[in-house]
Design a protein around this ligand. Structure first.
Ligand SMILES: *Cc1c(COP(=O)(O)O)cnc(C)c1O
Length: 239
């Protein structure tokens, strides 16, 4: 069995190669932010990953994230990457540096309310579903435009970019059009320069498809299995 630090080296090599083969028309400032997806792995595994040099960890369920964040503390930076139910927003605001999965106005409002109460500014990404029905979560591009235009309504929320989850496919090549579409939406939003929005991050790509995502413009990738090995049990999507 290989160690996290060996796997990290391999992942970093793959990232560098993908970045080097990115098309020149893609304007995306480097470097790539690697999120180590630690869901379904114990806090001890996160400790080992920290020692290997990983710094940002992604969790997909609030109930699992909170005790781990408590245990590890500020040594690590935490992101919530999984679906967030409106009624759980209160518990996670202020505990994570970035929430990747904001997909409704109601959820935005809830985050705003809690962030205002805490007197903080919560960074978020809007989750877009460019591939249609195949994925349960995420907004269509029109809804993303609409919320982005209204960003000033949520002064304690900072929209930092877009996140998308490609449908699971045997062959990573077949999801390339999904990543292309997400990037072109991202580029158009950035071009529009709406007030209160900073289009810094395009979060897309997981263990099986992050190279294609990077080639198509991702600058934040969420990698679990390729760093930590297979998870013990299937993760729940609902956060
Ligand atoms: C689990 C998960 C990942 C990582 O998946 P791997 O295939 O293990 O790399 C990335 N993003 C989200 C939203 C996830 O839930």
């Amino acid at each position: 069995m290989s160690s996290i630090s060996e796997r990290l080296q391999a992942v970093e090599g793959r990232i560098a190669k993908a970045l080097a083969s990115r098309k020149s028309e893609i304007e995306q400032p480097g470097p790539i932010c690697l999120i180590a997806v630690s869901k379904n792995h114990a806090a001890e595994v996160v400790e080992e990953a920290l020692e290997a040099g990983l710094t940002v960890f992604g969790e997909n369920r609030v109930q699992e994230a909170l005790p781990k964040i408590e245990h590890i503390g500020v040594k690590a930076k935490w992101h919530l990457i999984g679906h967030l139910q409106t009624n759980k927003a209160k518990q996670i605001v202020g505990k994570v540096a970035l929430i990747h999965s904001v997909d409704s106005e109601r959820l935005l409002q809830q985050i705003e309310q809690e962030a205002a109460k805490q007197g903080i500014s919560q960074e978020i990404l809007l989750q877009v579903n460019v591939s249609g029905e195949e994925s349960k979560f995420g907004m269509d591009p029109d809804a993303v435009w609409e919320l982005s235009r209204q960003a000033a309504q949520w002064p304690h929320v900072r929209i930092k970019g877009l996140m998308t989850i490609a449908p699971l496919m045997e062959d990573a090549e077949s999801v390339r059009p999904v990543f292309q579409e997400a990037y072109s939406l991202f580029a158009a939003l950035r071009e529009a320069a709406l007030p209160q929005c900073e289009w810094q991050w395009l979060s897309m790509g997981m263990s099986n498809d992050f190279e294609v995502a990077i080639q198509e413009g991702a600058n934040m990738v969420r990698v679990g299995t390729a760093l930590f090995g297979a998870r013990q049990y299937a993760p729940k999507e609902e956060g």
